[in-house]
Design a protein around this ligand. Structure first.
Ligand SMILES: Cc1ncc(COP(=O)(O)O)c(C=O)c1O
Length: 375
């Protein structure tokens, strides 16, 4: 059976060929511990890592490439960003569309550090929610449940006006939307490598604006300052303890090259075309309820439910009978389901990627119509 992969919000699949080649090169040619020795292989591996740091800094317009930190995933980046910056007792404004990788560190800060949390649905409610206690704003750029896009330029302006730290979760937007840390006034950008940036799993990014102090949550070997008893305060070592994931980092570099060569705008236009067509056709099917963005902009993630069938069952039928891979359930974002009214039932999520075609989407629509007629 032909396979149709619509789970790109979980991880992008397939990856560009150049990404697979970069991983092979990393484990064959550059298989040494970067920054841990003076021999040529270690130096070459370290150079490759530095090249990717620089690519990432340019991609997000972060001025100092040494402030690009490699983590394991967005979850680790968000834990660093939230637990390493939010002062005890401060107020934080965030959204109901956050992923658990922000929500759980935030609730930890609430329970253990007396942090007060204010939840809004969209960026439009942020300014009126600010109090004298507000210190930090944590925002998921694009919801992984219904593709709600938050206007980060406006949020950045508000954060600048009130002197608030702006932490952005760009897990669903990096590699799809244009993000500029200077223009958008982003203090800390957290994202993962394995979604629209096309890297393999196991590498995440934390970009820290000059002057923002994140306390290290991990301590350990950095390959430098070995005689220091505590973690060095120099970036990126301050936030990078332990051996880096060279294959993951090199795959990410190849993924970013692919995006730069093909064009971010072209990638976005393609995914937008698929998403718009999908929503337009879904709205013609009476038994389907579509959950789309609640702001004026829609990302390439759409949730739905079909009358008379549970979301997990619908996903199974799509997979088993039609070869269509989607994700049912709660997508690690419980408050988003409260906001859209699906807290009890969950949703079936379709998420489009660069390698999906309009023909694939048409096939998915026909499959949904077919199932709907059988119920
Ligand atoms: C919006 C959002 N934030 C954070 C994450 C966490 O990413 P990772 O599992 O790579 O840490 C995800 C993953 O689905 C996500 O969609």
């Amino acid at each position: 059976m032909k396979e149709f992969y619509f789970d790109n919000a979980a991880t992008s699949s397939p990856k560009p060929e150049s990404v697979y080649e970069a991983v092979e090169l990393a484990i064959k040619k550059y298989n040494a511990n970067p920054g841990r020795a003076g021999h040529r292989k270690a130096i070459e591996a370290g150079r490759k890592i530095f090249e990717v740091r620089d690519k990432i800094a340019k991609f997000f317009n972060l001025k100092n490439n040494l402030n690009v930190v490699f983590t394991a995933n967005a979850t680790e980046s968000l834990n660093f960003a939230i637990k390493g910056t939010v002062p005890s007792g401060a107020s934080v404004i965030t959204t109901n569309f956050e992923h658990n990788s922000s929500l759980r560190p935030l609730f930890y800060m609430q329970d253990e550090k007396g942090v007060k949390l204010t939840f809004v649905n969209t960026y439009k409610e942020i300014e009126r929610s600010i109090t004298s206690e507000t210190k930090v704003v944590v925002i998921n750029h694009i919801s992984n449940v219904n593709g709600t896009v938050q206007d980060i330029r406006k949020i950045g302006e508000i954060c600048k006006k009130y002197g608030l730290l702006f932490i952005l979760d760009a897990s669903q937007s990096a590699g799809y939307l244009d993000i500029d840390m200077e223009r958008d006034n982003i203090d800390v950008l957290c994202t993962t490598g394995h979604k629209s940036l096309f890297g393999i799993q196991g590498v995440g990014i934390l970009c820290v604006r000059e002057g923002v102090d994140i306390k290290p949550l991990l301590e350990g070997g950095t390959g430098s300052f070995s005689k220091l008893s505590r973690q060095p305060m120099e970036m990126p070592e301050k936030l990078e303890a332990g051996t880096l994931n060279t294959p993951g980092i090199m795959s990410l570099g190849a993924g970013i090259d692919f995006i730069n060569n093909f064009g971010l705008d072209k990638i976005r236009n393609h995914e937008n075309q698929l998403t718009e067509y999908f929503i337009q056709e879904l709205e013609k099917i009476e038994t389907i309820k579509v959950y789309k963005s609640i702001t004026e902009k829609q990302g390439p993630v759409v949730s739905l439910n079909m009358v008379g069938i549970d979301s997990a069952d619908l996903a199974s039928v799509l997979d088993e009978e039609f070869g269509i891979m989607v994700r049912p359930g709660f997508h690690c974002a419980p408050l988003a389901h409260k906001a859209i009214g699906t807290y009890e039932i969950g949703t079936v999520r379709f998420s489009f990627g660069f390698f999906n075609s309009l023909e694939d989407v048409k096939y998915a629509i026909e499959a949904l119509k077919n199932i709907s007629e059988q119920i």
